[in-house]
Ligand binder design. Structure first.
Ligand code: ZN
Length: 490
C-alpha cells in the first residue's frame, strides 16, 4: 500500500514537471505581451490586440525581439512623441528591465543626436543585448532577432560623416532623402570622401549662398580640415582667391591635405584623390600671335629699337599653292585652338588677335608680349618658297649677334627646339630645325622668349592640303602645347 502511494506520487510529480513548462509558457507569453502594453503604450491591452500578439508568439510567427519592436514601431507609440532621452530610458525599463546607467545612456544619446542613427538602430541594440535574451528566457519565449533596415543605421560613422557635411558646409540639418542618398552612395563605395565633399561645395544650395571669399575659406577649413582657420593660412588662401584663383583651387588644395585624410579615416571613409588645379598666380603667361591679318599695312616702321632701317608694318602673308587658302586664316585657326588647349592646361593666354580684321603692325605684336611680361611668345606662320618640293617645319629666331635681342638667342633656341620636336611628333612633319634672321621687326622688338613657328610650306601641294584640315590644326595646337609643357618642365 505504501509502495503504491509512492508510485502515484511519483507519477503525479512526473506529470506535473512535464506539464508545468508548457503552462508557464502560455502564461509567459501573455505576461510578456501585457508587459509591453503597460511599459511601451502605457495602457492595459485590449482583448483583440492581446490575442493577436499572443497568437503570433505561440505559433512561432513572431519572436520576442520583433514583437517588442512592433510596439515601438506602432503608430500609437509614435504619436506619444517622447524625447530621445525618455525613449532611451524607456528601452532600459522595457527591454533590459532596469533603469539606465549614466554612461550607457549617454552613448546611446550620442549615437542618436550626434551621429544621426534612427531610433530603430538603438532599439535593435537593446533587443540584441544579453539582458533582453535573459528577459525572454524568463518568460519562456524565443528572443529571435531584430535589425534596422534604414540606410542611416547600417554604419553610424558613415551616417555621421554625411550629417557633418550638412551641418558644417550647408549650415543646416540634413533632409531625410538627401541624407539617405549620400549615406547610401558612401556605403556602397560609389563615392570617396572627396567626391562627397565636392557634391556639397558644388551644390546649387551652397553656390547660391552668396558667400564672400573670406566666408568660403572659413567654411572650407571647418568642413575639410575640421578646424578653424589659423591667421596665416586664412591670409594665404583668401589671398590666392583674391588674386584670381577659383574656389576649386582651395577645395582641391584642402582635399589633398593630410588633415582631410585623417578626418575621413576617423569616419572610416576613403579620402579619395585631389584634382590638380593650377595656381593662376603661378601660371605661365603665353602670348599667341597669329601671323599677318586680312589687310596688309604698307606704311613703315623701324625694324628694331633705335634703327633707321624701315619696313612695311605687316604683310598679308602667303597662300596655298593648291587650295588657295590664306595663310592668315590658317594661322588664326591654329592660334585659337592653341589658346583653348593652353587655357585648359592652366596657362594664362593672351592673343594678339582673334579675328582677321585687325590693324596690328609687327611692332604692336611684340609690344603686347613685352607689356604682358610674357613667359613666352609663340608666333604662328606658314612658309612659302619658290621650290615647290621643299617641305617641313622650322623656327626662325635672332642670332646671338643680333644688336637688339641677341642675348635672348640661346633661350629662343631652346624654346624653338622644344616646340619643333613635339610639333613635328604631333603632325608628322619633317623637322627642319632653326633658321636665324636678324631682319624681322617682330623679333627685334620682342623682349621675351619667342619664336616664329613656320608650320609647313603652302608652296608644297601636300603640305598646303594637309594644313587646311581640321585634324592637322588640332594636332598642331596639341603639339605646340606639348612643347610649351616640356619647355616649362611641366
Ligand atoms: Zn607668315
Amino acid at each position: 500500500m505504501r509502495k503504491k502511494l509512492m508510485t502515484w506520487l511519483l507519477a503525479f510529480a512526473m506529470i506535473f514537471t512535464v506539464a508545468a513548462p508548457a503552462q508557464a509558457a502560455r502564461g509567459g507569453v501573455e505576461d510578456f505581451v501585457r508587459r509591453l502594453y503597460q511599459v511601451v503604450l502605457q495602457r492595459e491591452p485590449d482583448a483583440a490586440g492581446l490575442a493577436d500578439w499572443c497568437d503570433a508568439l505561440t505559433s512561432g510567427r513572431a519572436q520576442g525581439a520583433e514583437t517588442a519592436a512592433g510596439f515601438y514601431d506602432s503608430i500609437e507609440f509614435k504619436k506619444r512623441d517622447i524625447s530621445d532621452s525618455d525613449y532611451v530610458e524607456m528601452l532600459y525599463t522595457s527591454i533590459m528591465g532596469r533603469s539606465s546607467d549614466a554612461a550607457g545612456k549617454a552613448d546611446w544619446l550620442k549615437l542618436l543626436q550626434e551621429k544621426g542613427v534612427t531610433r530603430n538602430y538603438v532599439l535593435s541594440g537593446f533587443l540584441m543585448s544579453p539582458e533582453f535574451g535573459k528577459l525572454c528566457d524568463e518568460y519562456g519565449i524565443e528572443r529571435g532577432s531584430y535589425t534596422s533596415a534604414a540606410v542611416r543605421d547600417q554604419n553610424p560613422d558613415v551616417t555621421a560623416f554625411v550629417k557633418r557635411l550638412y551641418s558644417v558646409c550647408l549650415n543646416r540639418q540634413p533632409d531625410r532623402d538627401g541624407w539617405d542618398f549620400w549615406t547610401g552612395r558612401l556605403l556602397r563605395h560609389e563615392l570617396s570622401g572627396a567626391e562627397a565633399a565636392r557634391g556639397f561645395f558644388y551644390s546649387q544650395e551652397f553656390l547660391t549662398k552668396g558667400l564672400s571669399n573670406e566666408e568660403f575659406v572659413r567654411i572650407a577649413y571647418r568642413t575639410l580640415l575640421d578646424r578653424d582657420a589659423d591667421a596665416q593660412g586664412f591670409e594665404h588662401w583668401t589671398g590666392k582667391l583674391n588674386d584670381g584663383n577659383s574656389w576649386e583651387f582651395v577645395i582641391e588644395g584642402f582635399i589633398g591635405s593630410q588633415e582631410f585624410s585623417k578626418l575621413c579615416d576617423r569616419y572610416g571613409i576613403t579620402p579619395g584623390e585631389a584634382k590638380k588645379v593650377n595656381d593662376v598666380t603661378e601660371a605661365k603667361t603665353i602670348v599667341i600671335d597669329a601671323g599677318h591679318q586680312a589687310k596688309q599695312m604698307k606704311d613703315k616702321e623701324a625694324v628694331g629699337p633705335g634703327s633707321s632701317q624701315m619696313k612695311a608694318k605687316v604683310s598679308s602673308g602667303t597662300s596655298g599653292v593648291v587650295t588657295g587658302n590664306d595663310e592668315y586664316q590658317i594661322n588664326l585657326d591654329v592660334a585659337l585652338l592653341l589658346r583653348d588647349e593652353l587655357t585648359a592646361r592652366g596657362y594664362n593666354v593672351i592673343m594678339t588677335r582673334e579675328t582677321n580684321d585687325v590693324r596690328l603692325s609687327n611692332q604692336d605684336r611684340a609690344r603686347i608680349a613685352n607689356e604682358a611680361g610674357a613667359d613666352a611668345m609663340i608666333r604662328i606662320h606658314c612658309n612659302s618658297v619658290d621650290a615647290s618640293y621643299v617641305r617641313g617645319a622650322l623656327c626662325i629666331i635672332q642670332s646671338k649677334s643680333n644688336p637688339y635681342c641677341g642675348s635672348l638667342s640661346g633661350t629662343c633656341s631652346e624654346l624653338s627646339n622644344t616646340i619643333l620636336k613635339s610639333y613635328c611628333a604631333a603632325t608628322g612633319l619633317k623637322n627642319m630645325g632653326i633658321q636665324y634672321d636678324d631682319n624681322l621687326t617682330g623679333t627685334n622688338w620682342c623682349q621675351v622668349p619667342n619664336t616664329v613657328l613656320e608650320m609647313g610650306f603652302m608652296s608644297n601641294a601636300a603640305e598646303d592640303r594637309l594644313m587646311g584640315t581640321d585634324t592637322f590644326k588640332q594636332n598642331a595646337a596639341r603639339g605646340i602645347a606639348d612643347g610649351l609643357d616640356a619647355y616649362f618642365g611641366r
